[in-house]
Design a protein around this ligand. Structure first.
Ligand code: SF4
Length: 375
């Protein structure tokens, strides 16, 4: 029986655990956090170590586990790993790369292994834009074919899109394409300048705000979830909009944020939204392909390793995780801001751009004037 989402105490249990099962991948995406490689690192966690990791994730009370990469389909034990997690009651998800390996047989096998949700990446509305971003000709066509196979198998389908200056101008066309693909979930990533993504031009704070507006408007029109990653201040934007629209009373914080699980997509449900704002180390933990434990895949602060540490001990007690969960330790304007517990800014971007994990979010237009009580 799945625990009620709203019951989770993020100091004890992460809502979502991401495990990068391999860095091997045939694509060369321009924003790749992992700087993926085309070979298997011999230090990857073994199947046994992976099964033990899944057991630990389950015993911590986490609900969602995402097997990412690289290209997770490059590991032949992916089916066994998914089966193990699904049998324990975890909602297992994965994000295969759009390559020749993405076949109807692969999708079918993932489904019969107990997969709850599958995501494909889409960063442009056509082959020209998407393939340039992904670094391999043909990636767009393979993504469209993969989407068709997933729809045919009936697995809840998610699109992931990373926005930066590069593809911002294509937002409307990308949104139209996503609407046509039969998704249950659109996860929109705001670029964190790390890995190969350091070379991409960042958006300005004003461009973030403009994109928030577009995403908010889309979220009101569609019947799928629009989830924002690494732009926690979207929560502040939504609260402000809902207050303007009078759908939220002045002084109330009980807005139904888009990053809550609000919809049910049938048996097994969908990989839904967290009951409250997730941030690096706060409802969220990342395990690298060699077992290193990080607060986020976008926040390369090593806090332990699965080969010798207990995931629960690191997540609950490591000083970095504890610091990240303490909104009153935020610096600069984030530390003053009344939205600091529902937002807190992207800790990953703050670290990538300043080397200080508690520094203010670099791309937020909001300017709190004096220290306010947080909500
Ligand atoms: S100032 Fe910081 S905490 Fe406040 S809304 Fe902006 S990013 Fe969020």
């Amino acid at each position: 029986m799945m625990k009620q989402l709203r019951d989770i105490d993020f100091a004890v249990s992460p809502f979502i655990v991401i495990w990068e099962i391999t860095q091997a991948c045939d694509l060369a995406c321009r924003h790749c956090r992992a700087e993926a490689i085309d070979w298997h690192d011999p230090r990857e966690l073994t199947t046994e170590q992976g099964l033990d990791l899944i057991d630990q994730v389950h015993s911590m009370g986490a609900q969602i586990m995402v097997l990412t990469g690289g290209d997770p389909a490059k590991r032949s034990d992916i089916f066994e790993l998914i089966r193990h997690g699904a049998d324990l009651g975890l909602r297992m998800a994965t994000i295969p790369a759009a390559t020749e390996k993405l076949t109807p047989e692969l999708i079918k096998k993932l489904k019969t292994s107990g997969l709850s949700q599958i995501a494909l990446s889409l960063d442009g509305p056509n082959a020209e834009v998407h393939d340039t971003f992904r670094g391999v000709p043909g990636a767009f066509d393979l993504t469209m074919k993969g989407a068709q196979y997933i729809r045919e198998e009936g697995i809840p389908f998610q699109i992931n899109t990373t926005f930066s200056e590069y593809n911002l101008e294509y937002f409307d066309e990308i949104a139209e394409l996503v609407k046509s693909l039969g998704v249950v979930f659109w996860e929109v990533f705001f670029l964190v300048p790390m890995g190969r993504g350091k070379l991409l031009k960042q958006m300005s704070a004003r461009q973030y705000e403009k994109l928030f507006e577009k995403l908010y408007n889309v979220s009101k029109e569609v019947d799928f979830i629009v989830k924002i990653t690494e732009a926690q201040h979207y929560r502040r934007y939504v609260i402000e909009r809902e207050r303007e629209n009078k759908s939220l009373e002045k002084g109330s914080w009980e807005v139904e944020l888009p990053d809550r699980m609000t919809r049910d997509f049938g048996p097994g449900g969908s990989i839904g939204h967290a009951p409250k704002g997730v941030n690096a180390g706060n409802g969220y933990v990342f395990i690298s392909h060699i077992g290193d434990i990080y607060p986020s895949g976008f926040l390369p602060l090593t806090t332990g390793n699965m080969r010798q540490d207990s995931l629960a001990d690191v997540y609950r007690d490591h000083e970095v995780f504890r610091l990240l969960r303490n909104a009153d330790s935020l610096l600069g304007k984030c530390g003053l801001c009344e939205y600091r517990t529902v937002c807190g800014g992207s800790r990953s971007r703050a670290y990538a751009m300043t080397d200080n994990v508690m520094a203010p979010e670099p791309f937020c237009v909001y300017n709190p004037r004096k220290k306010s009580a947080s909500k």
